[in-house]
Design a protein around this ligand. Sequence first.
Ligand SMILES: Cc1ncc(COP(=O)(O)O)c(C=O)c1O
Length: 431
Amino acid sequence: MNQLAEELNEVLAGTVAERLFSEMGRHMYFPKGIITQGAEASERAYRFNATIGMAYEHGQPMMLDALRKELPGLTPTEAVAYAPTGGVLELRKAWKAALYKKNPSLEKKNISLPVVVPGLTAAVSYICDLFVEPGDTVIVPDLHWPNYRLIIEERKMAAGITYPLFSGNAFNVEALLEGVRQAGQRRGKAIIVLNFPNNPTGYSLTLEEADRIANGLLEIARGGTDILAIADDAYFGLQYENNLLCESMFARLTNLHPNILAVKADGPTKEDYVWGFRMGFVTFGGRDLTDQQYDALTKKLTGIIRSSVSSSCSLSQNLLLKALTYEGYDAQKAGYRAVLEGRYKAMKKKLASMKLPGGLEPMPFNSGYFMSFYCEGFSAEALRKKLLDEMGIGTVSLLDRYLRVAFSSVEEKDVDDLCEAIAQVVAELQA
Ligand SMILES: Cc1ncc(COP(=O)(O)O)c(C=O)c1O
């Protein structure tokens, strides 16, 4: 094993992170190579900086006129230079400050500096690189973002163990906890993914459910099981009903018990309406982890980044940094959120007022971008195809049993027509 990896493992010795590492996680380190030497030179090389593979002219990176014309608000360094492997420092600090503002339960809890990765997909994938290895099990609800399966089962060669997301109209807290208990008994550790608002159902936890999950995990951790809790907060902050948990479960689980490591995967993709920016953040939260230990964990994660994509897009990072401090940023975000909430309310109202054909059942939803129908007695895929072929309406079928509808993408005025069309096509399928 590389000497630098051994040093990082030494710093993390005895922590839940060290116990949870995959083989890749254990071996990973951030090399003292070109990047470190380049960073040193950018601080101290006052005559010539002949380190990094970029082309400079008059002290600035070269930049094509066509790009200068399109990006007048950015300096060449902001627009075209490489970003540091872990991301633009100012942006990381700004995101961390925002995490405390958006998650009141984080108050007085020490978390790591978020690391920039190229999107939430990369965030989940890199977290799994650090902690999941062949033979491990990762506990996800039966209704989950399908990409988890690709990451967990095909990339990491682990097993995705599912539990029923719902018990009646509520989140199935007991099934999740039972999965964690069983994983603990088998291997002494459990890895869970908590995604609220959930894709594909648009379900967020009630405050009471969130408390029960946190208390249940605490009890299991006290019994000696190491728990990795991955909070996928892709749709953070889009809760539309009272009494829902509006902050991340990460905030509840950070600092809860020395056997629990919480890791937050989030980013501006949906929160800031920049889907194609390809930017996300990974943040660690553990009970009593020191800054030096967070730094060691972060170095391992930057090793993962360096060895895969090297660094994330600097243009989007610098644009987001400007957006975060732009006057009117909060107001415009609130405005967009209100538009989504309007579509949600329209969907709820229409579904409550309609007589839906038997077998077409809206599942509980209270947040996010989506809602899903449970399809009983007919094929969800047949419904999807018929909606597309005969009505020109695009939806997503999952497991041939669920139809996912992204109300986030349908104008409020069209929501009634959308629901009518779905009901009509189901009735035709059943005729
Ligand atoms: C639950 C969930 N996690 C992660 C992602 C991926 O986000 P990104 O586009 O930032 O990779 C999505 C995107 O649809 C999602 O629904």
